[in-house]
Ligand binder design. Structure first.
Ligand code: NAG
Ligand code: NAG
Ligand code: NAG
Ligand code: NAG
Length: 358
């Protein structure tokens, strides 16, 4: 109610007199009521302004009451109600969040510092790695070389769903909610056919590495996380000649994907996620955590689905019946507990919204 109603009262005093105040009322009392109404309007309006200015949760009241769209009160960094980078932000977040490190590789940022190159080569050490510079050069003859998503502006409100593979999605009915976002990011296997009601059906970005690769449709971005030079050679091969069939395990030699939509996760960004966001916990971040941080850097609003255990504390995938499968959390490679803590912290600070399913 309040705001528009009050404005109407203010602008049509005669109507007010006629409708609300009994004619027989003595003059001083009428005056008092008018003063009260005026005060009420001012207080309402001031509350509104205050909550708008400070993005206070009480704005939800106004949004709900008037069914205001998400981006009506755009100001500042983006056109959403709340943006990833806010001027008077939480210091924990501000210290870490660095938009100048681009999440995707282009020829412009492909040259790695000695430190980064050494760290990256150590992840899945190769005995005879190919010449990285030459591989990257060949790569950008096969896939586009453009800097995407560095387009944050006061006009942009990009909503994203990061969809993990947790069994907590089973029976969650999140499908429509997930499908209604601009960008939908899935990772590794992530089947949707037969699970649409819970996980949605659209996928704009599918994050994978050679050993977890799956075929995609023509409209989905393949986002490759490279852990070694061979992974870059693999994507070239998998999109063209199909000669690479083995990394440290047998891998798909050819992949169905639109090569004009292939994106490469930047090793520099990879290291930044590990050192800055995980404080170097574990050997390296999980695909889920790398994907979450990718979303935080290209989206204005991030919703997270299918992370963590299910209601029984089980860690398994939504397409598996076996609750004992997927003991991926305790492999020693990733520090799942630390990652989950950071994820919850991001939710606490309203940087992401967690949908915990069942
Ligand atoms: C962000 O990253 C760039 C490039 O590594 C670095 O020069 C800059 O100091 C960083 N900014 C913050 C605030 O950490
Ligand atoms: C890799 O190739 C580039 C260009 O061909 C060459 O300049 C560079 O020395 C090579 N690096 C190594 C380590 O062989
Ligand atoms: C996929 O999209 C590309 C354009 O990006 C087009 O050239 C190609 O024919 C499409 N392939 C199929 C199977 O639709
Ligand atoms: C996660 O957070 C909890 C509560 O703040 C803390 O007790 C626990 O030690 C943290 N776990 C890790 C792995 O940091």
């Amino acid at each position: 109610m309040s705001l528009f109603w009050s404005v109407e009262l203010l602008t049509s005093p005669n109507k007010l007199d006629f409708d609300i105040i009994p004619h027989a009322m003595p003059l001083p009392k009428r005056k008092r009521i008018r003063t009260f109404m005026l005060l009420f309007c001012i207080v309402t309006f001031a509350t509104f302004l205050f909550s708008y200015t400070f993005r206070d949760p009480s704005l939800y009241f106004f949004k709900y009451a008037f069914r205001l769209p998400d981006n009506l009160f755009s100001k500042g960094a983006c056109a959403c109600r709340r943006c990833m980078a806010e001027p008077e932000d939480d210091p924990w977040f501000t210290e870490r969040f660095n938009l100048s490190i681009h999440p995707l590789m282009t020829s412009g940022n492909s040259l790695l510092s000695d430190d980064t190159f050494k760290w990256w080569q150590w992840l899945q050490a190769e005995s005879h790695p190919a010449n990285y510079t030459e591989v990257v050069e060949e790569l950008f003859q096969v896939i586009p070389d453009e800097a995407l998503y560095a387009d944050g502006s006061p006009e942009r409100c990009r909503t994203c769903a990061v969809v993990g593979n947790s069994g907590n999605l089973k029976g969650s009915q999140y499908g429509d909610l997930i499908d209604s976002t601009d960008i939908i990011i899935r990772m590794n296997q992530a089947p949707t056919a037969g699970f649409e009601e819970d996980v949605g059906s659209r996928t704009t970005h599918h994050v994978m590495y050679p050993e977890s690769s799956v075929d995609l449709d023509n409209t989905t971005h393949l986002v490759l996380i490279p852990f070694k030079t061979l992974d870059l050679q693999w994507i070239i091969s998998a999109l063209t000649t199909g000669t690479i069939k083995h990394t440290y395990v047998p891998v798909t030699s050819r992949i169905k994907a639109n090569k004009d939509m292939v994106l490469i996760y930047s090793p520099t960004f990879f290291k930044y996620v590990y050192e800055t966001w995980l404080d170097s916990h574990g050997r390296y971040p999980s695909t889920g955590f790398l994907t979450l941080l990718f979303a935080i850097h290209i989206c204005d609003k991030v919703s997270v689905f299918g992370f963590g255990a299910d209601q029984f504390g089980n860690w398994h995938h939504y397409w598996e019946e076996n609750h004992l499968a997927g003991a991926f959390r305790h492999t020693g490679v990733h520090d799942g507990d630390y990652e989950y803590n950071v994820t919850l912290l991001l939710a606490d600070k309203h940087k992401i919204q967690m949908f915990k399913g069942r």
